[in-house]
Structure formats: structure tokens, C-alpha cells
Design a binder for this molecule. Structure first.
Ligand code: ADE
Ligand code: ZN
Length: 334
């Protein structure tokens, strides 16, 4: 088995709704009596060419329309976790944005109940540990995000953390400072999409005004060497998504992708898939793309895998076990 396929890793940046494969979208549409605006999965795939995040998001939200029942959320999560286990993902911290579905009057208990049941079953079937990070949508108001925290309260003990997703430009982290403060008071782990399309100042705001522990993407830090040094000094992990950044035109070319520059500067960089079917690859495709375009060797790939556990919200014993597994795998090529 190739080195990357069997390399133990964590995935820290994947949107459950963004793992919906076209064939599965059509299967769920038929199950729920929903007519999609595309004639077939191939006709849908023909639309997978994006000019940027705000071009992508409407299509992504349109696909979400097929997710209705507890069983749908179960199937979505189970399929992703099966795939993750097959790619040697030992831990997956998965984003999910309930506001899309609350708008459609789908009870939170159906949404999270289905997801949490699939997480429990996947753990006993494959050993992969799944955890849930609920995202608020930043194009909405902070009041809506605070209301979401109220809605989540019955599930507080089953949710690992909260984050912020959706359209970044014009919606800076500062807009959500009170949301993050309230989430921190409830004991959630905190992460935030920042520096995907937004400027480096959004990354600084996420750290300084929202107190987040991790930055999702963080790509535009490449324009701010002082910020890169700060991320390294403070041990702030970046959950980077190379194929997503390529497909959403955040970066023009993976041969200049800054992952090795960031690593050399001491930043805890991780590699992830974001919305795999939409962007042409799951997590191992992302590792492979970097291997091919940047000439990464097994030592650098293993370092990225170590970072994925070090940057996770797992407890120390889980991290230590995973790091030992990475070292054991690395020894197979020595
Ligand atoms: N939701 C799903 N994918 C996203 C991305 N790449 N950025 C922000 N929000 C998202
Ligand atoms: Zn994302």
C-alpha cells in the first residue's frame, strides 16, 4: 500500500454537508421525493467549476436540500467515516452547519441525532474517532449564531467545538466576538475559518478578538510574515485544504503552495479536504497533490500527519498513541 494511503492521520477540516457525493445526492433526493435542478449526477458534476467561495456556496447549499431525515444525516456521516477509515484517518473532527436545516424546520434532534449515531457506529466498526464541530454561518447575524448556541444546549456534551463557516469577505471574525465568548463560557473548543479569501487581518481578529485555538485555512497569512511568526510562536494550528484552495482560486498553482514555507517557519500546518467531491479529492488526494507538486518526501508527509494529531482537540493519550503509530509507519520505509 502506498505510503500516504496507510499513513495514520487526522482530518480536522471537512464539512459533512460537503462530503455528499453526487450519486448519493440523487439517491437521497429520490428517497425524499425532491427534484434536483440537475438531470443527473454527471450534469451536477459539470457545474463543479468555481470562480471563488461565493460562487461555490450556493451550489453547496442547493445540494443540502436532499438532507431531511435523521436517516439522511446518519447515512451522510457513515459514508464519510467509512471513506475516512479506508484512508487511514484515525480521527475526524467534522464541521456541520445546522442553520441550513433549521431554516427548513428540520429538528435539531434529527440532524445531530443521525450524525452522532453514525459517529458511535463508525467507532465500533472501524476504530476511527469522529467528533463534531458545529459551525455558525457568518453571512448571518451574530444574534442568529447566539441563538444557535441555545439550540445546541441539549447536545452540549456531545459536541466538541464550534466554528464559523460560509462567505468570508465582508464578514470578519470581529462580528462574532460575543458568540465565541459565549461558546468559550460553555466549554466548547474554538476554531474559525479565516484567511481563505479574507485578509490576514481576519486571522488576527480571530485570535485577538475571538480567542480561537485553531485557524481553518489561514492561507492569506502568506502575505504577512509577522503573522506567520506569531502563528508559530503561539502554536496555532492551520487546517489547510490545498485542493479546495486550488478549485476556489485562492491559489493559482499548488507548486507554490506555502505549506513547506509555513512548516519551515515553525507553524503547525495540517492537510485536509474541506468538501471532497466538490474539489476533486479526499484527504489522501490532498497529501498526494502536495507530494507531487512540492516533491514532499516521507519525512515531510509524516510530519504533516503528526501535525494533524498535535493540532487536533484530542486528549493527550489519544495523541500519543497516534504519534507512535505515525512513527511505526514511517519506520516501514526506512
Ligand atoms: N463551507 C463549506 N466549505 C467552505 C469553505 N471552503 N469556506 C467557508 N465555508 C465553507
Ligand atoms: Zn471549510
Amino acid at each position: 500500500m502506498p505510503f500516504i494511503d496507510a499513513l495514520p492521520k487526522a482530518e480536522l477540516h471537512v464539512h459533512l454537508e460537503g462530503t455528499l457525493e453526487p450519486d448519493e445526492m440523487f439517491r437521497l433526493a429520490a428517497r425524499n421525493g425532491i427534484t434536483l435542478p440537475w438531470a443527473s449526477p454527471d450534469a451536477l458534476r459539470a457545474h463543479y467549476s468555481f470562480t471563488g467561495l461565493e460562487h461555490f456556496l450556493p451550489l453547496y447549499f442547493e445540494g443540502c436540500a436532499v438532507l431531511r431525515s435523521r436517516e439522511d444525516f446518519y447515512d451522510l456521516t457513515a459514508a464519510y467515516l467509512r471513506r475516512a477509515a479506508s484512508e487511514s484517518v484515525r480521527r475526524a473532527e467534522m464541521f456541520f452547519g445546522p442553520q441550513t436545516f433549521l431554516d427548513r424546520h428540520i429538528p435539531i434532534v434529527d440532524q445531530l441525532g443521525g450524525i452522532l449515531d453514525a459517529i458511535a457506529d463508525a467507532r465500533s466498526d472501524t476504530g476511527t474517532v469522529g467528533a463534531l464541530i458545529v459551525t455558525a454561518q457568518r453571512h448571518r447575524t451574530e444574534a442568529a449564531a447566539l441563538e444557535l448556541l441555545d439550540t445546541l444546549r441539549p447536545f452540549r456534551d456531545s459536541i466538541l467545538g464550534v466554528g464559523l463557516g460560509s462567505a468570508e469577505r465582508g464578514n470578519p471574525p470581529s462580528k462574532f466576538a460575543r458568540f465565541f465568548a459565549a461558546a468559550r463560557a460553555e466549554g466548547y473548543r474554538l476554531t474559525c475559518h479565516a484567511g481563505e479569501e479574507g485578509p490576514p487581518s481576519y486571522i488576527r481578529e480571530a485570535l485577538d478578538l475571538c480567542g480561537v485555538e485553531r485557524i481553518d485555512h489561514g492561507y492569506t497569512a502568506v502575505r504577512d510574515p509577522g503573522l506567520v511568526a506569531r502563528l508559530a510562536d503561539d502554536g496555532i494550528p492551520l487546517t489547510m485544504c490545498p485542493l479546495s484552495n486550488l478549485r476556489l482560486r485562492v491559489t493559482a498553482d499548488l507548486s507554490t503552495y506555502p505549506v513547506t514555507d509555513f512548516m519551515r517557519a515553525g507553524v503547525l500546518v495540517t492537510v485536509n479536504s474541506d468538501d471532497p467531491p466538490y474539489f476533486g479529492g479526499y484527504v489522501n488526494d490532498n497529501y498526494t497533490a502536495l507530494q507531487q507538486h512540492l516533491g514532499l518526501g516521507s519525512g515531510e508527509l509524516a510530519a504533516l500527519a503528526r501535525n494533524s494529531f498535535l493540532g487536533s482537540f484530542a486528549d493527550r493519550s489519544e495523541v500519543d498513541r497516534a504519534l507512535a503509530a505515525v512513527t511505526a509507519h514511517e519506520a516501514t520505509v526506512a
